[in-house]
Design a protein around this ligand. Sequence first.
Ligand SMILES: [Fe+2]
Length: 444
Amino acid sequence: MTAQSEDTAPDPEALRERARTALLAARDRTTLLTSCVEGPDLTAQHSPLMSPLVWDLAHIGNQEEQWLLRAVAGREAMRPEIDPLYDAFEHPRSERPKLPLLAPKEARGYAAEVRGRALDVLESTPFHGTRLTEAGFAFGMIAQHEQQHDETMLITHQLRAGAPALTAPDPDPVSPAFRGPSEVLVPGGPFTMGTTTEPWSLDNERPAHARLVPPFHIDTAPVTNGAYLAFMDDGGYDNSRWWTPEGWALVRDNGLRSPLFWRREAGQWLRRRFGVTEVVPPDEPVVHVSWYEADAYARWAGRRLPSEAEWEKAARFDPASGRSMRYPWGDADPTSERANLGQRHLRPAPAGSYPAGESPLGVRQLIGDVWEWTSSDFLPYPGFVAFPYREYSEVFFGPDHKVLRGGSFAVDAVACRGTFRNWDYPVRRQIFAGFRTARDGEGA
Ligand SMILES: [Fe+2]
């Protein structure tokens, strides 16, 4: 898709082409993630936190059938008897391995058959008339849904024991080496948060609204492993003063000493990453920390996590025009020069990478690399309307979930933008989440 701001309407045929490309790219990635291991690894549950990979595969097809074939095209259910098996609300992840799931070959065949019909529906559906089809929303939603499950399946691969099944080139080193500044001042005042015009934005990103944000300072790059190690070496996990009561209970009950997947051996910290054990790289953004660990680190550093509104202002506000942009670098879509997205690499890039993706104020890596925990609970924006169903976002609103922003190396560009909101429990550590810190500005 070409550059598009809050003021210009996208061309329907360009959106149709974008939808086709996005659906095909998502399926290529799904195929990679479900063909790089043998059958038993597809049906096994690699962690009680995750579904078997074969569940994700058929669930992707089932959601696509429900929305593109039944809701958009009015077709009959292809296999109504399997709907309950793949309803995420009916069966929690821990129960899914015991269900009579489709076998890998059957699941692949079902998803492929749905896809073939969905591409025909895409060609014949006018991109106007109903909210579901306006600007091709349902097709964009389904491409995003598949990519989100691809990220979930990549987490399953990270949790899987055994030999590596995935490979990807490493990101380039930062050249010239990034030396900061370590923080910038974001001026106080109102900015436009959320969006009304981004065609495939989801209900929780809507509508655009004015938000007053006092001045604050924010890190120009995510917190690195090296910085996090300084917190650990200073007894960060031993001192209750840095932790909320819930965070301290998590540390004590689980014996937390480091980010997930780290272990200490022969005087150094190692980590396991997609089946490979390696020395923890000090210049890379820390990943696999819970919200509680991010919050404790920030307090130890004399700082705090940014609020969700602060994060979005840092990522979208252009002080020159006063306008909110789609991305930190402007309105154009992400490229490999601007952000580490789409599983192109199997790790975050070193802190300070992607100068071409920096915001007007000089903040880097807001998009891609690691999801960033914010201090905010997941709440509706003023004027929120649930669409197309309450279970998409509304049932998750409230104090149980913290907002994550910006996407990780495992997110595809179709499911990542300056307004995109993710949420999870603050105890979660297996997700590709890190953070950056902030502090109040003068007069805040
Ligand atoms: Fe889903």
